[in-house]
Design a protein around this ligand. Structure first.
Ligand SMILES: Nc1ncnc2c1ncn2[C@@H]1O[C@H](COP(=O)(O)OP(=O)(O)OP(=O)(O)O)[C@@H](O)[C@H]1O
Ligand SMILES: [Mg+2]
Length: 398
């Protein structure tokens, strides 16, 4: 790539960085003062007036993520200018510098502006008893989100991890059915914590365990916020490597308010090849980036059909490579392509999770889920004590 091309490309990549304060791009707001990109180094300078320190850090993270393929963090300098002060972020080290236009003596007050949905940060609570919390989401219903959540949990268990499942789908809780525990009733510990139900060695909790399937959906709305909070913080989760959350489908305010309350370590977006609208997916990914949740990647479900009697054949019923193309366009990872298999649906309907049935070992769906689990686990490898997953995850800001 020529130097000019590189600079153009970088300018394009950085043109989609958003101001977390209002969701507009820095470019749209006329905040970008200078972008200087050569083969070795990148300088990005923008006007930071009205941007809180927390939001500034989010912008820095999104810049380093957006150009991660081209520059290591230490080769990136982010300079901010404002009416009264300036500071600089170079790679991982922050230092206050004197900008030519600034008067450092009168540091600009950092306005604590609230975004539409409130920025991520201080109010976020860790879930006691779970090292990593992963949210499984989808833009649309019926794409196999719950199937992915449950089988990812068992695939991680097959890797030797201790995993729990939190069914946050208040309108269509499916875990009691998928785990064959429709009639289970959670108990409580002496400390009044809710005891999760054990299903094949995986503790889980679901709104479906507390309501009758006949209860009108309208009652559920008002309970919503409280229920997720309770499931995160008042359940006796213990010793989990991973807590997998099955979110309700969609990416609206309800989902956003759910994810912003807790310190979720990574999000997975499930889609089917024909359901993939890049624009919708971009909105879905934005939901996570707004609240500073790393997107681990996308999962394509129902990628192709594998007949039972010809397990080496692949029929691309819904078209080939839809999610892969979208993931490339959106600069996120494709974590797995999971085939359609009748046995997977049948196992789900009966409440016998496919990935808990050793008889399926080696089949295309089995292998796809094991790969997914390995990819997810790899995102967090060696980062138990650090803030962010490393490895190959990327964030998307647009
Ligand atoms: N790869 C697959 N092969 C065969 N059947 C599948 C596959 N993935 C999901 N299914 C089936 O598709 C149906 C929908 O899946 P699921 O309930 O997991 O979707 P969902 O996205 O959670 O839906 P909802 O929006 O209702 O929560 C189920 O009957 C499930 O068994
Ligand atoms: Mg579901």
């Amino acid at each position: 790539m020529s130097e000019n091309n590189n600079a153009e490309n970088i300018t394009k990549l950085l043109g989609v960085i958003i101001n977390p304060n209002n969701g507009k791009t820095l470019k749209e707001e006329g905040r970008i003062v200078e972008i200087k990109a050569d083969q070795n180094e990148l300088l990005f300078k923008y006007k930071r007036d009205g941007i809180t320190p927390e939001q500034k850090r989010m912008i820095e993270t999104s810049i380093t993520s957006a150009v991660a393929d081209f520059y290591p963090a230490e080769k990136i300098t982010v300079l901010t200018v404002s009416e009264n002060s300036a500071d600089v972020f170079t790679g991982k080290t922050f230092s206050k510098v004197e900008d030519k236009k600034s008067t450092p003596a009168q540091a600009a007050p950092s306005a604590q502006i609230k975004t539409g949905h409130g920025p991520a940060g201080a109010n976020k609570k860790r879930v006691a008893g779970a090292k990593k919390v992963i949210a499984v989401s989808s833009n649309k219903g019926g794409v196999g989100k719950s199937t992915v959540a449950v089988n990812l949990a068992f695939a991680l268990k097959n890797l030797g991890k201790k995993v729990g499942i939190l069914d946050a789908d208040i309108y269509g809780p499916s875990m009691p059915m998928l785990l064959n525990k429709r009639d289970a009733k959670p108990g409580a510990t002496p400390e009044k914590k809710i005891l999760p139900i054990d299903a094949y060695g995986i503790p889980f909790i679901s709104f479906g365990l507390f309501i009758s399937e006949k209860d009108p959906v309208i009652w559920r709305g008002p309970m919503l916020g409280g229920v997720l909070n309770q499931f995160l913080f008042d359940v006796a989760w213990e010793g989990l490597d991973y807590l997998i959350i099955d979110l309700p489908p969609g990416t609206g305010d309800m989902q956003l308010s759910m994810v912003q309350a807790t310190d979720i370590d990574g999000a997975i977006v499930v889609s089917t090849p024909q359901d993939i609208a890049v624009l919708d997916t971009r909105k879905g990914l934005n939901m996570f980036t707004q609240v500073k949740i790393p997107v681990l990647g996308m999962v394509e479900n129902m990628s192709y059909f594998v007949p039972d009697d010809a397990p080496t054949k692949k029929y691309f019923i819904f078209g080939e490579g839809g999610v892969k193309r979208a993931a490339e366009e959106l600069n996120v990872n494709l974590l797995a392509e999971i085939p359609l298999e009748i046995a997977l649906r049948e196992a789900s309907d009966k409440g016998f999770p496919y990935m808990n049935e050793k008889k399926y070992e080696g089949r295309p769906v089995w292998n796809a889920y094991m790969n997914l689990a390995k990819n997810v686990d790899q995102c967090f490898n060696g980062t138990e004590n650090s803030e962010e997953p490393k490895g190959f995850f990327k964030r998307l800001f647009s």
